[in-house]
Ligand binder design. Sequence first.
Ligand code: URA
Ligand code: CA
Length: 434
Amino acid sequence: MRAIDIITKKREGIELLESEIEWLISAYTNNEIPDYQMAAWLMAVLFQGMTAKETAALTLVMAKSGDMVDLSEVPGIKVDKHSTGGVADTTTMILAPLVAAAGVPVAKMSGRGLGFTGGTIDKLEAIPGFETTLDRSRFIANLNKYNIAITGQSASIAPADGKLYALRDVTATVESIPLIASSIMSKKIASGADKIVLDVKVGKGAFMKNTESAIKLAETMVNIGQLVGRETVAVLTSMEQPLGTAIGNSLEVKEAIEILSNRGEPALRDVCLTLGAHMLVLSGKTPTAAEGRKQLINLLNSGQALQKFRDFITAQSGDSTVVDNPTQLPQARFVQEITSPGQGYVTAIDADQIGFAAMRLGAGREYKGQVIDLAAGIVLQGRIGQYVKTNQVLATLYTNDETRLKHAASCLNQAIKLDELPVSAPPLVLGIIN
Ligand code: URA
Ligand code: CA
């Protein structure tokens, strides 16, 4: 086969054969095809799209380009959850112990954050002593003993996706639904998930800015799951404003403890219950999402979910006393309150700007490999629709670098908009696709 023929075919909108996609991706991964030809093919895909069959073939060849994790030593149906990325999205840290407490094994490989969406691995590292790199035997042993293990994603998971993503990033070919869908699904499949729950974020602070494109992405991923035999359900959730109140690693651990303690921000709790309920249904634990939700609420009420979080921390060498004493988490030396310049109803909290401000405070990475300030970030006080008075605190900024406060404060002031007229809070869960 020749790369030029496959590029030409895609350029003309002709469906590629599975064998052609397999050959192209394997050859590229083995450095047998130059970046310029792969870039041309990616751009052709961006304009012509891919059929469901092509997208599934691409997903599988990327998944199989590296290790395929085998979790058959762990009994039960392993359900993984993936979020397309948002601001103040602490769901994984909450869902993992919550669903594990319900008796479903949660085996997760998570990533680090880049830009203003934080990675679960970074967040967990805010817990003193917590080990985010588990070898295979410890990963399996923890799963069998506690139903829960989270480890950093190794470079040997879907390396073809890593190489392609780096090329897409510099050739303006990230924004293609089949390419995004196959990229996400290839990593989930290689990580060993039997079934997958996807949290597809929609809105200002998300990859997908409108519901129409989010539905398209969700349908494409659910379809891939079906074609490759890994049942997938997608929940569309709003990222019009930050989901929780905390943005920043240590601050998000504290917020996860709040939710697991049966307190905390209702929106974040609600999204966790919705995603968790679908995980229970896929695992076969409960016949309906409504029953799954009831079971999860009981686990929050009884303290079992919080106990599972303590056990999980201990199992990964962390200090679980942070759960009862969150002041042991990294604390920022500089704290500044942002107060309301006037009175009125909150009409917008721009998640993008808030995420950017948190990154500027040191909570996120502006470039790969950057050391982050685990204590840095933002805690928000209001939500869209709420009435605030003049001088009322809208947010609190945390950092260990005082010089970063000024710029972050001005971002915050621009991100939160007030109006005399009331607005209603936007809906949180926009749809379920299965
Ligand atoms: N996240 C991924 O893993 N891949 C994409 O292509 C986009 C978002
Ligand atoms: Ca996230």
